[in-house]
Design a protein around this ligand. Structure first.
Ligand SMILES: N[C@@H](CCC(=O)N[C@@H](CS)C(=O)NCC(=O)O)C(=O)O
Length: 331
């Protein structure tokens, strides 16, 4: 995990490689089918955003996918799930090799999500805040027919405002609580987190999705934290006022999204649990991975259709994921 715990609060470092892949290619990285490879860990919430956006937009044929081992070693993310421990397309064993191909003197952190230029093997970007927005806008020419507009122009100000609050108090808030070394830091993050979740519950009691009446980027960003909540944040990060399953509106909202093609089919709870509990050994020195929670509730009816709204507006759901990208169902 990059960032530092200095005086009190865990600091998330800005992305070092923030080039953009654009439709007009002015950035030097033009949108091009088959040229780029998205590297993710299925454990990582920031990477999960890009996995969901890629599925919803039908960008699988245009951007290939590399999935790392959920557990890093001292050289960080590695391709041990692939034959011979090498990514079959990039031919590398560690994601750091793409970082170094881009900047040989680079000594900073190696993080996912990352987009790598396949012909040169060089990292293009690890800017997780920007990647999904660019998939929704710059990559429009390669979206599947009927793909949703995840970042509609008229709603951008509202989406950005919701995203900023959700990032500070929820997405990153759980990390501040979990990595706190001082009680006040933890308590402040915990309080802000649950105040925000309560406010989001009120908002979502009357509307099916966070902004407008279809799924947007805002829903993707909240979902990736909610789906990890009971499996890791509630216990491992001490965010334990309530489980997700004890917050009825958010639990139904999260189930609704989970059961929407493009969301639940990106989630691997085994990777999520093994990563957090085994990697953060300062929090969990035994590295024992808990057996629970019971995940069977994720597929139960959510009842949110009565709030109106349609997942994809006038569009259609994406087809099932490619066979080599399927993940085990929750059990
Ligand atoms: N790139 C951002 C956000 C993405 C991020 O934090 N990803 C995590 C995984 S969830 C990561 O790869 N951290 C580096 C590491 O664990 O070695 C950052 O460096 O803070």
């Amino acid at each position: 995990m990059s960032g530092t715990e200095q005086t009190s609060e865990f600091q998330r470092s800005p992305s070092h490689f923030a080039d953009r892949i654009t439709a007009d290619g002015a950035s030097g990285w033009p949108v091009e089918p088959g040229r780029y490879r998205l590297v993710v860990s299925r454990a990582c919430p920031w990477a999960n955003r890009s996995l969901i956006a890629r599925r919803l937009l039908g960008l699988e044929p245009a951007i290939s996918l590399a999935v790392t081992d959920p557990i890093q070693d001292e050289r960080s993310w590695r391709f041990t799930l692939d034959p011979d421990g090498r990514d079959p397309v990039l031919g590398i064993r560690f994601l750091s090799e793409a970082y170094l191909a881009r900047e040989p003197e680079y000594t900073g952190g190696v993080s996912v999500p990352a987009i790598v230029d396949v012909p040169s093997g060089r990292l293009v970007t690890n800017d997780y805040q920007r990647i999904t927005l660019d998939l929704a806008t710059e990559w429009r020419g390669l979206h599947r027919p009927g793909a949703p507009d995840l970042y509609p122009e008229p709603l951008r100000a509202e989406i950005d405002a919701v995203n900023a609050e959700v990032f500070r108090d929820v997405n990153n808030g759980v990390y501040i609580a979990g990595f706190a070394r001082r009680r006040e830091t933890y308590e402040r993050a915990y309080t802000r987190l649950f105040e925000r979740l309560d406010a989001l519950s009120e908002r979502l009691a009357h509307q099916r999705y966070l902004v407008g009446d279809t799924i947007t980027e805002a829903d993707i960003r909240l979902f990736v934290t909610l789906v990890r909540f009971d499996a890791v944040y509630h216990g491992h990060f001490k965010c334990n006022r309530s489980k997700l399953t004890e917050m009825p509106v958010l639990w139904a909202y999260a189930r609704d999204l989970f059961q929407t093609p493009g969301f639940g089919d990106t989630i691997d709870f085994d990777h999520i649990k093994r990563h957090y509990y085994a990697v953060h050994d300062q929090i969990n020195p035994s590295r024992i991975v808990p057996l629970g929670p019971d995940l069977s509730g994720w597929t139960t009816p959510h009842g949110r259709e009565s709030l109106g709204g349609r997942p994809f507006g006038e569009g259609t759901p994406p087809p099932p994921p490619p066979a080599d990208e399927t993940v085990p169902p929750p059990v």
